[in-house]
Write a protein that binds this ligand. Structure first.
Ligand code: ATP
Length: 343
């Protein structure tokens, strides 16, 4: 009998390739999971469902409480809401947590990655400018509403502080643009200050998004836990992923009070899908967050260490990291590296 029954959404594009790699690594770490596989995104439509997020996906996660998800695309121009946005709203996965740490030895094709980065983005996942409420006021004028509520602000800032406490971190920075959005970001900051008072042993400060963008480009090592609204968080997460070597590396978690879904920051990467060359690291590290969430801290640690060792060695890594290994070869290297680590 397996130790756990969890939901698996392989997703679109490179999704099935990186989820398969991740399942293999988890099994090799000795955690036995009975995966309930369900389909979302374009894959769901291809399999005959009439919507990209079928109810069966939500039911599976509601039953199992925890899911691992590959990237899901939303067909454009067919009137479907984004699968990711809908999933987060339907399950009230209000906190998107994205730990971004430098990797030793990353040889990115892009500019040289920063060393010593170790920051966490805590992004509000259910409202802000991604509320999805927009309409045409008159011909040629569109209005998109940014929703900020006291309830959602309080719980996301609390989540950031609780994360800080459980992970031994020291500082929460609230990111805002209060000078322009006086009421909405004003409310967010007021609530953040109130929550901060409940945690006198954790430092708290505030920074406007533009100031942060400049400071983080100069020195991302100066940041710890950053809490912010949906759109800011989306942009800043991708930017920080680039700083440590690219989208193929950075994990993510979507967490609510009842359910949690773990997924990489990257999308379905249609340009490389089906070629067997996707970097599995981001989803493997997302699975590490998942394993920690269910209490399998030891396995999470071994998988992360093994993955980092393989990246540092650099000879069995995928093309985005400057290597020529396939997804399978990199996965096998991670499994071998894990065997050399204490159990
Ligand atoms: P979405 O709109 O679905 O969020 P996106 O526009 O952010 O997607 P991605 O699909 O994440 O785009 O891909 C952006 C670029 O990063 C592409 O060139 C893609 O090949 C590359 N990329 C993304 N994920 C990986 C990965 N795991 N391994 C290698 N390259 C990747």
């Amino acid at each position: 009998m397996a130790d756990y029954r969890l939901t698996l959404i392989p997703g679109d594009g490179i999704g099935p390739e990186v989820t398969e790699a991740t399942q293999r690594v988890i099994a090799a770490a000795g955690v036995s999971i009975d995966w309930e596989e369900v389909y979302a995104g374009q894959t769901a439509l291809d399999k005959g469902f009439d919507v990209p997020l079928p109810e069966v996906v939500l039911e599976s996660i509601r039953k199992n409480r925890v899911g691992l998800k590959g990237p899901c695309g939303t067909p454009i121009g067919k009137g479907f809401t984004s699968v990711n946005v809908r999933l987060r709203q339907a399950l009230d996965l209000y906190a998107c947590v994205r730990p971004t740490r430098s990797f030793l030895g990353v040889r990115s094709r892009a500019a040289r990655p920063f060393e010593g980065v170790d920051l966490v983005i805590v992004r509000e996942n259910t409202e802000g400018l991604y509320s999805g409420i927009e309409h045409q006021v008159v011909d040629g004028v569109i209005e998109t509403l940014k929703i900020v509520t006291e309830r959602a602000s309080r719980r996301i800032v609390k989540h950031a502080f609780e994360y800080c406490r459980s992970e031994g971190r020291r500082r929460v920075t609230a990111i805002h643009k209060q000078r322009v959005m006086k009421l909405s970001d004003g409310l967010f900051l007021r609530v953040a200050r109130e929550v901060a008072e409940e945690y006198p042993f954790i430092a708290y400060d505030e920074m406007s998004i533009d100031n942060m963008a400049m400071k983080i480009a100069l020195d991302p090592t100066a940041f710890d836990v950053l809490v912010m609204e949906n759109l800011f968080g989306d942009v800043v997460s991708d930017m920080c992923a680039g700083m440590v070597g690219g989208l193929g590396l950075v994990p993510g978690a979507n967490i609510g009070d009842r359910y949690a879904v773990f997924e990489a920051v990257h999308g379905s990467a249609p340009d490389i899908a089906g070629k067997g060359i996707a970097n599995p690291t981001a989803l493997i590290l997302s699975a590490c967050l998942m394993l920690k969430h269910i209490g399998e801290r030891r396995a999470a640690w071994r998988i992360e260490m093994a993955t980092r060792k393989v990246i540092e060695a650099g000879d069995r890594v995928t093309g985005d990291l400057g290597g020529s290994a396939t997804t399978r070869e990199m996965t096998e290297a991670i499994i071998v590296a894990m065997e050399g680590l204490p159990k």
